[in-house]
Design a protein around this ligand. Structure first.
Ligand code: AR6
Length: 165
């Protein structure tokens, strides 16, 4: 099942939440900052052990103080007009996050923020198309996939995309 939820992703009690990280895996602003604040200082030590993580890839750590058991740190692309391979790189970030979740073995529910659509400037409509497309490919393999929207506009765009509008 794919669900659209408007929430702060750090409050979600899915088995895993995905972080929109950067290659250094050292924390940052936006959803990355929120996740690191909520998880506590152990998270940065755990994630930096895997750095650098190339764009389009992901790593997994425990969730520490978060309700989620795991954080999957996925690195989406910086939007540079759409002609620099942004779409395959964003797709790859989602696919790698799902594959790590499957490899872990005990992740049945997973929530994603709209990777790359904040500081990295990826247009939300185009990003939602990629996100929902990959989520549909994995829907049979998870009990619950959450598309976590932080604002009303992103939530509406996800809803429209899921209902085929
Ligand atoms: N819960 C859910 N979604 C959120 C939250 C939250 N607490 N906070 C923001 N968003 P961004 P990026 C949404 O900028 O574009 C960081 O500094 C936000 O509205 O967090 O992939 C990293 O360290 C937007 O739709 O990530 C990297 O350097 C989406 O999350 C860089 O920014 C992604 O926005 C990554 O940029």
């Amino acid at each position: 099942m794919i669900e659209v939820v408007r929430a702060d992703i750090t409050t979600l009690a899915t088995d895993a939440i995905v972080n929109a990280a950067n290659e250094q895996l050292a924390g940052g602003g936006g959803v990355d900052g929120a996740i690191h604040r909520a998880a506590g200082p152990e998270l940065v030590r755990a994630s930096m052990a895997f750095a650098p993580c190339p764009t389009g890839n992901a790593v997994i750590t425990p969730g520490f103080r978060l309700p989620a058991k795991y954080v999957i740190h996925a690195v989406g692309p910086v939007w540079r007009g759409g002609t620099h391979g942004e779409e395959p790189l964003l797709r790859s970030a989602y696919v790698r996050a799902f594959e790590l979740a499957l490899d872990q073995g005990d992740i049945h529910s997973i929530a994603f923020p709209a990777i790359s659509t904040g500081a990295y400037g990826y247009p939300i409509r185009a990003a939602a198309e990629v996100a929902i497309d990959v989520m549909r490919r994995y829907r049979q393999r998870f009990e619950r996939i959450v598309a976590c929207a932080f604002d009303e506009q992103a939530a509406r765009i996800y809803f429209d995309r899921l209902s085929g509008k």
